[in-house]
Design a protein around this ligand. Structure first.
Ligand code: F6P
Length: 549
């Protein structure tokens, strides 16, 4: 089997030695030396999305070396290979074609010798008809009432995409329609939502690619019972639809396949919001807006395929991430949207990034000898400024940040948005520039502190600076820019997977815990005495059983 470790590539070694010389370089000096730095290190997609990556610990040479690494990893070929429908998900022998769902020019996309576009178009036509019928009251509930409460039951990619996108596009929701989401197996998740609803006006969308996921099926069964208890079993046909690749399991669950919207195994769960998994979004914001989101993603797809690596937004962001993760040893990464509507974006990206690239075995089956996905965390600004930003500014290790900002808010109330924008701009500058002990001492002196106080406090009040951030600027959070933004991150994750030589499209790491839970469940329910776990697990099972008596 052909094996290569990326660490043996010439370009990798060059980056290692470049890092040794470069690591002491201060970003503020790079800015001081080059008045054009910001312009040189900014890229855009149409006028919809701008990425200023100038506040990174990189020089033009760094970027050249990073692009050499991308080329040595044959990135350009790999991009073609994904869009062409090659089976790049090698452990599952599947193509990776979420991009076909937003192939807005409708060019043929072949999988196993068959063009998948006609089927995709047919399912989108069905999705359009159904979403409009629900929105305008042509598809009614069992008792003839309009369905106004849309409940998506799913988990992981079958939840996070619809949750994040529907929240991001809340301003576009049709008046009178409300979306709810049930994901966690914790009964509280179900109870809290059902408590708010009237069965006569509720549509349940059971979203599961495999239709075998225990959380989703358990929640769906509970909701089904709740509905049937209130309206009778025949009502299920008018209040339940399924989104899945698995028609047999949908039928087995008791949903008529006519009420099923299909997608395909070439769409990964965490990449599925573009498919029928977005049905709740389409009902809330309308299919036209859903398609605008596909348009934005398509624009990013074209950019990703056509632009040279140096001016390719996802490639540049990915390679800067590689620089920090694999050369600077920074294994944490924060995404901070300064927009309330994007508050679920970090959670969405956690799955996209960490489920895709949190791997230790490369495509050849060899253990990797380098770090793969960093820990991604985040939250909405300015809330997180008052929680974890202490660590971002003064913690022992720098945390590269992506700041996402819309220039215009959907809610321009007073000067809220300008205060918000001033804050995010200040964060980037403060992280980059920092504050020396001398500057801190001068400030303390001005505020009237004594010599002793100044000498004690100046170190606490200083900031190392040289902490990196990307600024991702959108005009406004609308369906188009949101589509472009999500696709940008998808491709970034793809590029990093190529450099790390891993399969970014399986998720075998989630299986072990699921299997073991299935063994433990009967032990909790049936008081099994012969427990064969480690002493900690045995003890926890016994304690829980005792507490639940
Ligand atoms: O967590 C594992 C996973 O398979 C995710 O990749 C997926 O998004 C989620 O579970 C839900 O899977 P399904 O859509 O098949 O219910």
């Amino acid at each position: 089997m052909f094996e290569r470790s990326v660490k043996n590539l010439k370009s990798w070694k060059k980056l290692e030695s470049h890092y040794k010389h470069f690591k002491k370089t201060e970003m503020k000096d790079l800015f001081d030396k080059d008045a054009d730095r910001a312009a040189k290190f900014t890229l855009s997609l149409d006028d919809a999305l701008w990425v200023d990556f100038s506040k990174n610990r990189v020089s033009e040479k760094t970027m050249t070396l990073l692009m050499n690494l991308a080329r040595e990893c044959r990135l350009e070929n790999k991009i073609k290979s994904m869009f062409r429908g090659d089976k790049i998900n090698i452990t599952e022998n599947r193509a990776v074609l979420h991009t076909a769902l937003r192939n807005r020019e409708n060019k043929p996309v072949m999988v196993d010798g068959k063009d998948v576009m006609p089927e995709i178009n047919a399912v989108f036509a069905k999705m359009r008809k159904f979403s409009e019928d629900v929105r305008y009251g042509n598809f009614k509930g069992h008792t003839g009432k309009k369905l106004t409460n849309i409940v998506n039951i799913g988990i992981g990619g079958s939840d996070l995409g619809p949750v994040m996108v529907s929240e991001a596009l809340k301003k576009y929701w049709m008046k009178g329609i409300n979306c709810y989401f049930i994901s966690n197996i914790d009964g509280t998740a179900c109870a809290e939502v059902l408590d708010k609803l009237d069965p006569e006006t509720t549509l349940f969308i059971v979203a599961s690619k495999t239709f075998t996921t225990i959380e989703t099926l358990t929640n769906a069964r509970t909701c089904r019972k709740w509905l049937a208890d209130a309206l009778g079993e025949p009502a299920v046909a008018k209040h339940f639809v399924a989104l899945s690749t698995n028609v047999e399991k949908v039928r087995e669950f008791g949903i008529n396949p006519e009420n099923m919207f299909e997608f395909w195994d070439f769409v990964g769960g965490r990449y599925s919001v573009w498919s029928v998994i977005g049905l709740s979004v389409a009902i809330a914001v309308g299919m036209d807006n859903f398609e605008k989101m596909l348009d934005g993603a398509y624009a990013m797809d074209k950019h990703f395929q056509e632009m040279p690596l140096e001016s390719n937004i996802p490639v540049v962001l990915a390679m800067i991430g590689i620089w920090y993760n694999n050369f600077a040893g920074l294994h944490r990464y924060a995404v901070i949207p300064y927009d309330q509507y994007l508050k679920y974006l970090p959670a969405y990206l956690q799955q996209m990034d960490m489920e895709s690239n949190g791997k230790s075995v490369d495509v050849n089956g060899a253990f990797v000898r380098y770090a793969t996905a960093p820990v991604l965390f985040g939250g909405a600004g300015t809330d997180v400024q008052h929680s974890f930003f202490q660590l971002i500014h003064q913690g022992t290790e720098a945390v590269p940040c992506d700041f996402i900002i819309p220039a215009i808010s959907h809610n321009e109330i007073g000067d809220h948005h300008e205060i918000l924008l001033a804050n995010v701009l200040a964060q980037g500058e403060a992280l980059m520039r920092g504050k020396t002990e001398k500057e801190a001492a001068e400030e303390l002196k001005k505020s009237g502190k004594t010599k002793e106080e100044i000498s004690f406090l100046k170190r606490f009040k200083s900031f190392s600076g040289n902490r990196p951030s990307n600024f991702i600027l959108l005009k406004k959070i609308d369906p188009y820019s949101l589509g472009a933004l999500i696709a940008m991150y998808e491709h970034k994750v793809f590029v990093q997977g190529i450099i790390w030589n891993i399969d970014s499209f399986d998720q075998m790491g989630v299986e072990l815990g699921k299997q073991m839970a299935l063994n433990i469940l009967p032990e909790l329910q049936n008081n099994v005495y012969d427990l064969k776990h480690d002493s900690s697990t045995n003890q926890l099972i016994k304690l829980i059983r005792r507490m639940r008596k």
